[in-house]
Ligand binder design. Sequence first.
Ligand code: ZN
Length: 352
Amino acid sequence: MKRMFLLVTILFAAVHFAAFFQPDVRPGYGVTDIGWLSDYFPPLKGTNLDTPVFYMDSGVEGPTFLLMGGTHAREIAGIVAATIFVENAVVKKGRVIVIPYANKSAASIPDASGKVPHFLPINSRSGPRYLVYGDRRTDPADQGIPDPEKFVHPSGFELEDGSEARNLNRQYPGLPDGNPTQQLAYAIIQLIKAENVDFNLDMHESGTPEEYTDESGQVKKGSRLAYTLVCNPAALEIGAMALLMLEEQDISFNLEESNPEFRGLSHLEIYNATGSLSFLSETPNPGQDRWREKPDVINDPKYPLKLRVGMQLELIRCLIEAYNMYTGEELLVEGLPSFQEIMEKDVVNFMN
Ligand SMILES: [Zn+2]
């Protein structure tokens, strides 16, 4: 009985304390329409999981590319790269759809590590503005149900950590009648199907590859994932071509193929569910190194935000070029700052 009472209390509190959050994205000339993810799955409407969708349509026939940031809302290089895309790029052939805050609920709460402020002040082209540093997972208040003991993907794949039920990038291809995060993944899949998205990139960050010494004095390796492009097996050739092009700019990324045993990840499931060639990128974020006490996620001397965003943008450019070469179709994007421009002028000079 006591337990029941506690559960009711938690649910009641959850309903009342979900944080309202509206992302700050300031569209440039390339944006031809703005919609909501709930346009593809109405139950999301009015919830904190609904999120703005930006359409950049050239009006000229060509492929459709979906760009996503903020699947994990603390991985800000992806969010900022998507924002810079919306605020600067103009599509001349084909169409690009951008979701800068794929998990808007996760952006509405601060990172659980408590080491990085939720709102980071910057000076953009228009003056003071904030970058949002959110959490890895959906706000428990928006999920509305307690985390399970263990996470179980509908395929039967299991993870020990029950809070992974709120991790968008474990839920694909999603469920229309599942928990809110599963519904979010389902809505993204519906968008991809409805808009005939040819290829897509889900931008992430990992810890840095820096070695560190743990509490017991042991030297540990840094993140294995930093500087990686993960590709669905069907997208591997295009991914390899893109990384060769990236190498010409002296940026080295590792090529990795989706592991079919690890279920629920965007790069594996999106292609398998929709036929849209799926990719996932990872840049090194000092905020995700557990050993750092006071990470500086914008001005770290070795892994500054401009470097990470510059790499994500350059990777987008190479991926589009590789897609064009491989398929013989043409997606043409102008106005996107180059890696050099981002390094020289910093991200703030490409934000409205
Ligand atoms: Zn991530």
